[in-house]
Design a protein around this ligand. Structure first.
Ligand code: GLU
Length: 487
């Protein structure tokens, strides 16, 4: 029987969940769901100097908000960070003893060594390499120290790191689920530091050992880690462990094909959510960054994506991050929400002003919203009647007298209707248009003054939608005010 699928998202708690990382999360999640496996959250916090307070909580909140809650691993319960599952601890810093033990195993197996080079010496080496235009890497100065000598120096407290002793010749042959067979010459691979002078492991050792200990079956991560894969596989092989399978996801690019940077605009998932991008839209959007299950569609729900997901079909080349597409998808998802859900999300986001007119206006402007945060302005424009000159009430092919006559007749007509009649914009439109025909009037010379009287604007939603928003009393009051202006 094939071993169960176990995948992990392994962020460092150095900031907030980046929209690009959301894709990594999603692909891991989709892969796990597709194979009925387990999606794990491991927090790689061994670099304590880069730890950001609140980052884990924020990250977890974003995952929950997008309905991508991990099955196992680090979780946040109220305000407490907890471990969920049998393979913990899932906070990498709590696994430090294990990492150290593995590092010593690697030294035993002659696959790692102590390095006593000072920062000054390394600096000097780097400068020389820069001058002579050589690749910047450790010059392997301490690699030739005898094990005994190195151990003696370490024992008396000589400051040191531990480095990986990677092969220096030949090529590292790897397989990537997206890229197929990949080869990297060992000459390009550095003797990576695996234990720092403070005794903490670096990412390369910690992630590799944890992937083994947590029985991770597939590693799905960003392309930037592909060049490190030889080191990771070297550790697996030396330790006699079975390595997971790997997939390195294509880079995310700006529209000008430059690398999507953390510094360009808002990139935190939390910021997108706060601006009123729906989680459904964000998930749909990032799913299509580098993959599309069919050629003819853009709208997919998560569960369907999970059914269709095939990691081998992900593109190798970079995926362009197209904000217009995100807005388009978001507008789609906003339109699709059940009305109550839509209003509730507006309310929760702080995008719905108080009052019944605002709520009705929210329904009217929904079609026009790219994001929920566009609502307050659109609602205000729909609810408030602007200051306007009386001349605006006169349709361009008509006269003031005609405007007065039409508005007076409409006022009388509306006055006879009850409040519920105003609750159905479509019904109102049908009835009023018929009535205009019966009266032998034109649409322009009737509806123009009506719409201006209700909105005070050259441009606004249609008169029926506005009547729906104002309701009977306010609608009549605005007509009265318009007639007053022309009197
Ligand atoms: N901690 C690494 C990161 O921040 C994880 C890379 C991996 O998935 O192996 O991206």
């Amino acid at each position: 029987m094939a071993s169960p699928v176990r995948v992990r998202f392994a962020p460092s708690p150095t900031g907030f969940l980046h929209i690009g990382s959301l894709r990594t999360v999603l692909y891991n999640w989709l892969f796990a769901r597709h194979h009925k496996g387990t999606f794990i959250l491991r927090v790689e916090d061994t670099d304590r100097s880069r730890f950001v307070e609140g980052a884990i909580e924020n990250l977890y909140r974003s995952l929950v908000a997008c309905d991508l809650t991990p099955d196992e691993g680090v979780a946040v319960d109220g305000t407490t960070i907890i471990d969920k599952g049998e393979y913990g601890p899932y906070m990498q810093s709590a696994r430090r003893e294990k990492h150290l033990r593995y590092a010593y195993d690697l030294i035993e197996k002659d696959a790692a060594y102590y390095c006593f080079c000072t920062a000054e010496r390394l600096d000097e080496v780097r400068k020389q390499q820069q001058l002579t235009k050589q690749p910047i890497m450790y010059d392997r100065h301490c690699r030739s120290l005898s094990k005994q000598e190195a151990e003696n120096r370490a024992a008396v407290g000589d400051e040191h790191v531990i480095r990986l002793k990677v092969p220096t010749e030949g090529v590292s042959k790897m397989h990537d689920m997206i890229r197929g067979d990949v080869e990297i010459p060992w000459a390009q691979v550095d003797d990576q530091v695996i234990i720092k002078s403070d005794g903490f492991p670096t990412y390369h050792l910690a992630a590799t050992c944890d992937d083994h200990d947590m029985e991770i079956s597939h590693v799905i991560r960003g392309e930037e880690w592909l060049s490190s894969l030889p080191k990771h596989l070297f550790i697996f092989e030396t330790m006699g462990w079975k390595a997971p399978e790997y997939a390195h996801l294509p880079l995310l690019l700006n529209a000008d094909r430059s690398k999507l940077s953390k510094r360009q605009g808002d990139v935190a998932v939390e910021d997108y959510l706060a601006k009123g991008y729906l989680p459904e839209a964000l998930v749909n959007f990032v799913a299509l960054l580098g993959w599309n299950p069919t050629a003819d569609r853009e709208i997919y729900e998560k569960e369907e994506l999970a059914t269709l997901f095939d990691i081998t079909k992900v593109n190798k080349s970079g995926a362009v991050f197209n904000t217009e597409k995100l807005d388009w998808l978001n507008a789609h998802y906003i339109k699709e929400l059940p009305v109550d859900d839509y209003l509730e999300r507006l309310r929760k986001g702080g995008f719905l002003p108080e009052g019944i007119m605002a709520e009705r206006a929210a329904r009217v402007v929904r079609e026009r919203l790219a994001k929920l945060s566009d609502a307050p302005e659109a609602i205000a424009e729909t609810v408030d009647c602007a200051e306007y000159p009386s001349t605006m009430l006169v349709w361009k092919k008509s006269t003031k007298e005609e405007a007065i006559a039409r508005l007076t007749a409409i006022r009388e007509y509306l006055f006879k209707k009850n409040e519920t009649w105003f609750g159905d914009a479509v019904g109102m439109e049908r009835e009023l248009l018929l009535w205009i025909v019966e009266m032998g009037w034109g649409n322009g010379d009737t509806l123009w003054p009506l719409r201006v009287a209700l909105s005070g604007r050259e441009k606004s939603p249609g008169p029926f939608e506005l009547l729906f928003v104002t309701g009977k009393d306010e609608g009549l009051a605005r007509l009265d005010a318009a007639l007053q202006k022309m009197a």
